[in-house]
Write a new protein. Sequence first.
Length: 42
Amino acid sequence: MKKKKSLTIKKYQKDLVKYIVQIIACVFLLGIVFVAIYKSVF
């Protein structure tokens, strides 16, 4: 029982890391787009 719970936690952590990486990637891309727009406007 205890082992199964730790496996679930590990799986959750993996999913969480994937989710965080996706958010960072999105923010990074949005930042690049924003800078490109900002440079072209000014």
